[in-house]
Design a protein around this ligand. Structure first.
Ligand code: ADP
Ligand code: MG
Length: 356
């Protein structure tokens, strides 16, 4: 017997279209974000009558639909009008003013960028954009290393809405007050989805991605439970894909609870495996935060020293920042308390799945 004899033929795949499980796939409908989308649209609306739009800071934890809601609106804008130009930039990928200027040129199809500095590039961009109205979306804005591009846009682009997305609301606290007052007109919170909402969203993706009837009810239900617990839709997409792959590997015609259980194990392994990439020092620090999650950074430092930690407070802070960059921990800045500004350090339940 040949080794391929027992395997499903490709026409028998459990998947119909795996693209629908990609994190950057944009479904036709974005259920349970109607209100948020309307709110965003209302900030853009003045641009249609050639007035200036409103700026908006969108915040919420990872995997709650911030990016997809904005991209969906942009898609609709592109279909409906030529007078409002949507420009989306991910500041994790384009994290300096220069890179952002190059990206804007690229989106405006301006090719003569060689040997030009940021301000020269912006001159070209400005000329083009001021002929129309613009909606900018700067996603993961907290990852931008400088914000000169925002100053330029605020001052020199006439009719615009600037949407800024971040997982960390406290990003605003560190903003220069001049920028803050001009930039942050409104804020919009994306709260995590309830279990019922999570079910709807995953069901929709399941229907796009899988052949009808291959999912057993209890298996899908377990995906929903785990996803709702992690409050990150990405984990659900990951689990559906993995469970589907595991079922196919066994030539099973159904995706069962056992496949999902094994997929969940892989998900857990993944967050552990990633954290083993950290060097020993950071790893020890992460372990410390894990058992002391939710403490103020100063309190954490005291414990760290008691346990023999040798770094200075500054170095300690830098390490915490590093862990936050890798999303192993989350930081929340508290202002105006007894001790002035302080930071709460929390262990992240699951490392976000965006780097898969
Ligand atoms: N309401 C929704 N409807 C359909 N898909 C959603 C919805 N919310 C989130 N998703 C999906 O979940 C994943 C994570 O969403 P995303 O917008 O990237 O999260 P965030 O930007 O908040 O981290 C994406 O694949 C996205 O398509
Ligand atoms: Mg996002």
């Amino acid at each position: 017997m040949g080794i391929f004899d027992n395997m499903l033929g490709s026409e028998e795949s459990l998947f119909r279209d795996t693209v629908a499980l990609d994190y950057d796939y944009i479904p036709k409908l974005i259920p349970h974000r109607e209100n948020e989308q309307h709110y965003i649209a209302s900030c853009i609306k003045p641009l249609f009558s050639k007035r200036n739009g409103k700026n908006l800071l969108i915040y919420g934890s990872s995997g709650v639909g911030k990016t997809v809601a904005c991209k969906h609106i942009f898609q609709e804008l592109e279909e409906k009008t030529d007078s409002v130009i949507p420009i989306y930039v991910n500041c994790w990928q384009k994290n300096t003013t220069y890179k952002i200027m190059l990206e804007l040129c690229d989106q405006l199809e301006y090719r003569f960028t060689q040997n030009k500095k940021s301000n020269e590039l912006f001159k070209v961009i400005k000329e083009q954009l001021n002929k129309k109205s613009v909606v900018f979306c700067f996603d993961e804005i907290d990852k931008a290393e400088d914000l000169d591009f925002l100053y330029s846009i605020l001052e020199e682009i006439y009719r615009k809405t600037i949407l800024m997305i971040t997982n960390h609301k406290d990003w605003i606290f560190n903003l220069d007050s001049r920028l803050k007052s001009r930039l942050i007109a409104e804020t919009l919170h994306f709260r995590p989805y309830s279990e019922a909402e999570t079910r709807d969203i995953l069901k929709q993706r399941m229907q796009y991605a899988f052949v009808p009837g291959v999912w057993q009810d209890d298996a899908f239900e377990l995906v929903v439970k785990k996803t709702a617990e992690l409050e990150d839709i990405r984990s659900g997409l990951y689990l559906m894909r993995e469970a589907g792959n595991l079922a196919e590997d066994e030539s099973s015609k159904k995706i069962t609870i056992k496949h999902v259980q094994n997929a969940i194990k892989k998900l857990d392994d993944f967050s552990i495996k990633k954290s083993t990439d950290l060097d020993d020092e950071l790893h020890a620090l992460l372990d410390l935060i894990k058992v002391n999650s939710g403490l103020k950074i100063g309190e954490l430092f005291t414990i760290y020293q008691k346990q023999g930690g040798k770094s200075s407070y500054k170095t300690f802070q830098r390490k915490i920042d590093k862990l936050e960059k890798g999303r192993f921990v989350s930081l929340e800045k508290i202002t105006g308390g007894k001790e002035g500004t302080t930071t709460i350090v929390r262990y992240s339940k699951v490392k976000t799945l965006s780097e898969f």
